[in-house]
Design a protein around this ligand. Structure first.
Ligand SMILES: Nc1nc2c(ncn2[C@@H]2O[C@H](COP(=O)(O)OP(=O)(O)OP(=O)(O)O)[C@@H](O)[C@H]2O)c(=O)[nH]1
Ligand SMILES: [Mg+2]
Length: 459
């Protein structure tokens, strides 16, 4: 049996949000209207198809004082209290009376530990105490979570009260808890009971491993996106349209689609299946703008000076290496790369409007691309890192529009050693030489940077 928890509390206090966050399920109903959840349902969290723990979503308490009165109507000693709750359950279950309480007690009487949710943005009131007492009577291990739905701050009062009834009181915000907070909560739960200690420790380890794997897999998707985008060519049938602008649009749209597809893949790695990734709004930070909007290109990627440095160093290094690899200066032939080799060319292109290059004329078909702007891979990298950062920060309880992190400048904040290495790799990919080894290098560079993101966010 894997450990199980019942998330209980009054209606509309964020119970379902906590279940959604803990089990990474963005399909659990979360809503501002009370009584969204009307029956108990277990959700199992698994990593690599191995079930680790189950969290029950339950309906909120409704008639706790009446029920407590019923329980107390017969004098019982402390060791008989659980039996008395069971008696209550057997008496009323299925009758329609006290149906929410019967629902919420069911998983607890079946052995689930209790996670009591309180909204610490509202003042503490004595009328919550009958709920605490009923839960206490079940004798199950219990912990209280202080969620923060609104603006008020009454944590201290809540804590003083809850600590008298629950073994531990922790703060946990269902909408801002990121994966490290979830892992920490699971680690805290190991103190609740001897039976679940080892499986929960193993669950916390599996969650850490999973985070690592997700970042590694994201690095793979991201490196594929960069390689594909840098080398992308669109073949155009001249007979279909003769308008230059249409061709350019079709080309840029295809690049945009590559990005959206990669972002969806990365989101799925983190268990998000319903993100709306198409939001384009002028008030949004550059990472939420369209890939080719002017704002994006002004803010993201590298500066003119950085591009000149990278262009000169990696251009020279790559040039020399490539010369050696293909025997002399032949690499220039037929690849249409002349304009981006030197530092000056880079600087010019980076600050021109995103421009196309590489038009090749054929008989009936024409090829557009690849996209030559030297800042392009850096802009892509910046956008996708901001995207991954935001994914790490998003919980499965949040249902609003997805907004990328507005912290920008990842590319330009990298150390010059890393920049030069990446610049070299980007050139190699563009020049189509020893592609596999460049791809592998890109993937391992990106893995390094993405794994570092977690430490940086944590700090
Ligand atoms: N800002 C913020 N809002 C939250 C948080 N947790 C819950 N909410 C909001 O509070 C409302 C109720 O959340 P639910 O998770 O549905 O609450 P519940 O306790 O399951 O409610 P019922 O099922 O109706 O009893 C929703 O509008 C949530 O978006 C939080 O940590 N921060
Ligand atoms: Mg609910």
């Amino acid at each position: 049996m894997i450990p199980s928890f019942a998330v209980v509390g009054r209606s509309n206090k964020g119970k379902s949000s906590i279940v959604a966050t803990l089990t990474e399920n963005d399909r659990i109903a979360v809503a501002a209207t009370p009584r969204t959840t009307t029956y108990s349902q277990g959700f199992t969290f698994q990593v690599d198809e191995k079930p680790l723990f189950t969290v029950f979503d339950t309906p909120g308490f409704e008639e706790a004082p009446t029920i407590l009165e019923w329980l107390k109507a017969v004098p019982v000693t402390a060791n008989e209290r659980r039996g008395r709750v069971l008696e209550f359950y057997n008496n009323f279950q299925g009758s329609g009376q006290f149906r929410y309480e019967c629902e919420l007690l069911k998983p607890i009487l079946d052995g689930a530990s209790i996670l009591y949710v309180a909204d610490a943005s509202h003042p503490y009131r004595a009328n919550f105490e009958s709920e605490f007492e009923i839960l206490q009577w079940t004798g199950q291990p219990s912990l209280a979570l202080l969620n923060q739905i609104g603006e008020g701050h009454y944590e201290a009062d809540w804590k003083r009260a809850l600590e008298q009834y629950f073994r531990k009181v922790l703060t946990f915000n269902a909408h801002t808890a990121w994966v490290q907070d979830r892992i920490q909560l699971i680690q805290e739960l190991t103190f609740l009971s001897d039976d679940t200690r080892e499986p929960l420790k193993a669950a916390a380890r599996a969650m850490k491993r999973q985070l690592d794997n997700r970042l590694r897999d994201s690095a793979l998707v991201l490196s594929k996106l960069i390689v594909e985008s840098l080398r992308f060519e669109l073949k155009i049938d001249e007979r279909e349209s003769t308008r230059e602008a249409d061709h350019s649009q079709a080309f840029l749209n295809a690049l945009r689609e590559h990005e959206t597809k990669a972002q969806k893949e990365i989101a799925a790695l983190f268990g998000f299946h319903d993100l709306n990734l198409h939001a384009v709004d002028f008030d949004l930070p550059a990472v939420d703008q369209d890939l080719f909007s002017k704002e994006t290109w002004e803010i993201l990627g590298l500066s003119r000076k950085e591009l000149i440095t990278i262009g000169t160093t990696s251009g020279a290094v790559a040039g020399g290496t490539l010369d050696a690899m293909v025997g002399g200066a032949s690499f220039m032939v037929g690849t249409g790369i002349g304009g981006i080799v030197g530092g000056l060319g880079s600087a010019y292109l980076a600050f021109s409007e995103p421009a196309l290059g590489g038009f090749k004329l054929g008989r009936k078909k024409r090829t557009i691309g690849p996209y030559k702007n030297p800042n392009f891979p850096w802009v892509l990298l910046d956008r996708e890192v901001a995207f991954i950062r935001a994914l790490l920060r998003r919980t499965h309880a949040q249902r609003g529009e997805f907004v990328s992190e507005d912290r920008q400048g990842f590319a330009s904040s990298m150390g010059s050693k890393y920049k030069t290495r990446l610049g070299f790799i980007f050139q190699g990919i563009r020049w189509n030489v020893k592609l596999r080894s460049f791809e592998e290098n890109l993937q391992s560079e990106l893995t390094h940077h993405l794994l570092e993101l977690v430490d940086k966010i944590d700090a």
